[in-house]
Design a protein around this ligand. Structure first.
Ligand code: ASP
Length: 323
């Protein structure tokens, strides 16, 4: 995928143990439809000369509003039985960034992250402070019950039983948490989007409910600029999904950009080095999506699957789930 494109959007809906044998046709169709809707909403903005930032925000909003993904409406439960969400966004043109973490009442955390970037002097706001800020700025807040999802609750109860903090899609053996009904369809995940607009500006956005049964105010990589999300017009835009602790320690999103910047790696070489060499050696499960300043794209992952898709100039498009 090394053709040059003048604009385009790439997105993910999470990586993990997503196996064809555990997926039913109907659910697969639902995922594809929602990913297509997210791609189309971002692409329409780019096509009309809109900004990469707007495209990324729109695409992430679509996925946040769907219970299919572990972000916004479909967020997983923390150990306290709450939905504690994280999100971040970065503008590759200005290198401005905004993020929120551990928020429980913001309907679209990515929108709040963008508001932090554009309307505050800060980068990362957390918890009730972030919610107070969002309220002040007219961002939609909802009752915590909005985020309740039956399937997620059952997943949480099951995981509580085995007392673990774990990646959304996998157990510690890299298998589905419980392949039996009603859990066999749990294939939810963090969402993210990266885009290049007609003006040559890059942006990246990531939104998540984090990891099921997370404790003590745990925050993952998604709202950490450079770890789960990064954009810089001189190199690329990156959004990650996977075991957040590994992504934080390896500063994954920034590392991809740094390899391009300092070592002149191509986007493909940089992504491959980080996901398939560095992280794999450490047992860090996950993947990322990336687009560079020339419109080259990459969607690498070292898990069994990753919900992903792209839509580039001239309507070149593709949606994939499995390896
Ligand atoms: N990266 C997210 C986290 O660790 C989880 C995910 O990608 O599903 O919070």
């Amino acid at each position: 995928m090394n053709n040059n494109h003048k604009y385009g959007i790439v997105l993910h809906g999470g990586a993990g143990t997503i196996l064809r044998e555990n997926m039913n046709e109907e659910l697969e169709k639902l995922y594809i439809k929602k990913l297509q809707e997210a791609l189309d909403s971002g692409y329409a903005i780019l096509e009309k000369n809109g900004s990469a930032l707007d495209a990324v925000t729109a695409a992430v909003n679509v996925m946040e509003n769907s219970p299919l993904f572990n972000a916004g409406k479909g967020s997983v439960f923390s150990a306290a039985g709450k939905n504690e969400m994280d999100a971040s966004i970065m503008d590759g043109h200005t290198l401005q960034a905004g993020a929120v973490a551990s928020v429980t009442k913001i309907k679209n955390p990515i929108t709040a992250a963008r508001c932090v970037m554009e309307k505050s002097a800060h980068v990362l706001l957390i918890g009730t402070g972030a919610e107070e800020f969002a309220k002040e700025k007219g961002i939609e807040l909802v009752d915590e019950s909005y985020f309740f999802d039956e399937m997620r609750w059952k997943q949480f109860q099951k995981i509580k039983e085995i007392q673990k903090i774990q990646l959304d899609h996998s157990d510690d053996k890299g298998e589905m948490i419980n392949p039996e009904e009603p859990f066999k369809d749990e294939k939810f995940g963090t969402v993210g989007a990266v885009a290049l607009d007609k003006h040559g500006n890059l942006a990246a956005g990531t939104s998540t409910g984090g990891m099921t049964n997370k404790k003590f105010g745990r925050v993952g990589d998604s709202p950490i600029i450079g770890a789960g999300n990064y954009a810089n017009n001189t190199t690329c835009a990156v959004s990650c999904t996977g075991h957040g602790e590994y992504f934080i320690r390896n500063v994954v999103a920034y590392d991809v950009a740094a390899l391009m910047n300092y070592k002149n790696y191509s986007l493909q070489e940089a992504c491959n080095e980080v996901i398939n060499t560095k992280l794999k050696q450490q047992g860090g499960e996950g993947g990322l999506i990336a687009i560079d300043k020339n419109g080259n794209i990459q969607m690498p992952f070292n898990t069994k699957g990753m919900y992903r898709g792209y839509k580039l100039q001239n309507n070149q498009t593709g949606i994939f789930i499995f390896e």
